[in-house]
Design a protein around this ligand. Structure first.
Ligand code: BGC
Length: 336
């Protein structure tokens, strides 16, 4: 009888222990789905590396890329520096190459830093598409983005068309070390070069942030109080320029031309605080870049240089532009 009881207690304890082991064991050893296992279910694993993650312009590129990724069953990561930073950007690119993703979308901000890495990715069988800023001397397979020199040239032509008499110009540029920003400045310079009435007084860097653009504009005005026109070469530069004018020089009305149709820029254009905007198509860049990577992975050979449209809009064009570009921020199903 005693033996039976002991046996019963033993079985009971054993069952309890077994149950507890199974229950907590699963909790302890169950491995959460990793990016890799998640990626396995999808056809390809691509990464989009923005100049800075929380920049509104890059969020639009991301949106385009995400919508294309969904359509083509791609696992897409969006990884980049929090604030624009060459060292970090390059480090992330290198890490993703080591991670053996199927495809990378990145800018080619500087030939020296990006070309060797892009070539390294290609050597390892990773397809590379440059977006927004090209690295034309690398072995990248496709560039999707603005023709940055041509866009800068358009900006210079717009200044010539929209102004009369002598103009003293201050340029606020995103980064001195970024090739596409330099092309935008060069295009502008070349467009106005032969016009004696245009003088470029100075150029300062904003570091692609609004506060940086405020500081750059302030410094330009301090050094050249006779400035009559401003040219901003990256998405948030116009916001900084307009802010300084409305606080420091509320009674002046300099000519302001800047890049990108972000909602705040469009508001300033509507209010007459910015005179013209150089249009880029970030949503389309992101969408098409993913499409191109898919094409490359299938063994196809898409056109290497895929320029998205750039043009100038002014206050009078605003309503028509908004009507014609309903899908500009991915509000519609198709970016085309
Ligand atoms: C440029 C991007 C840049 C962004 C910064 C855009 O005009 O094309 O390269 O990252 O401005 O806000």
């Amino acid at each position: 009888m005693r033996q039976r009881f002991a046996f019963f207690v033993f079985i009971l304890l054993f069952s309890v222990c077994f149950f507890l082991m199974m229950y907590y064991g699963e909790k302890t050893f169950f491995v959460k789905k990793t990016a890799k296992s998640e990626a396995k279910k999808q056809a390809y694993h691509f990464v989009l590396i923005p100049e800075e993650t929380d920049n509104e312009y890059w969020r639009i590129i991301e949106k385009g890329a995400r919508e294309a990724a969904e359509k083509y069953n791609v696992y897409l990561e969006y990884l980049g520096p929090k604030r624009a930073n060459m060292g970090e950007h390059v480090r992330i690119l290198d890490k993703e190459i080591a991670g053996k993703v199927d495809g990378i979308m990145t800018q080619g901000i500087s030939e020296d830093h990006f070309t060797p890495l892009i070539n390294k990715a290609m050597d390892r069988g990773i397809s590379v598409v440059t977006v927004d800023a090209d690295a034309p001397y690398s072995r990248r397979e496709v560039y999707v983005g603005t023709d940055n020199y041509a866009a800068g040239f358009l900006a210079g032509q717009a200044l010539l068309e929209d102004t009369e008499g002598k103009q003293v110009v201050g340029i606020v540029t995103g980064r001195f070390d970024a090739s596409h920003q330099r092309l935008r400045v060069q295009g502008f310079r070349d467009a106005v070069e032969k016009e004696k009435r245009i003088e470029i007084a100075g150029i300062k860097e904003s570091g692609i942030s609004k506060t940086g653009a405020v500081q750059a504009t302030y410094d330009l005005l301090k050094e050249h109080p006779d400035i009559t026109a401003f040219y901003g070469t990256s998405a948030l530069d116009g916001l900084g320029i307009a802010r300084v004018i409305s606080t420091m020089r509320p009674n002046s009305d300099p000519y302001i031309i800047t890049f990108d149709t972000l909602p705040e820029n469009m508001d300033l254009l509507r209010d007459g605080k910015i005179d013209a905007i150089v249009v880029q198509h970030p949503y389309e860049m992101g969408y098409r870049a993913v499409e191109m990577l898919v094409e490359l992975k299938k063994g196809n050979h898409p056109e290497r240089l895929q320029y998205t449209e750039s043009k100038i809009i002014r206050q009078k064009d605003l309503d028509q532009f908004l009507k014609d570009n309903k899908g500009l921020y991915g509000d519609e199903d198709d970016p085309s």
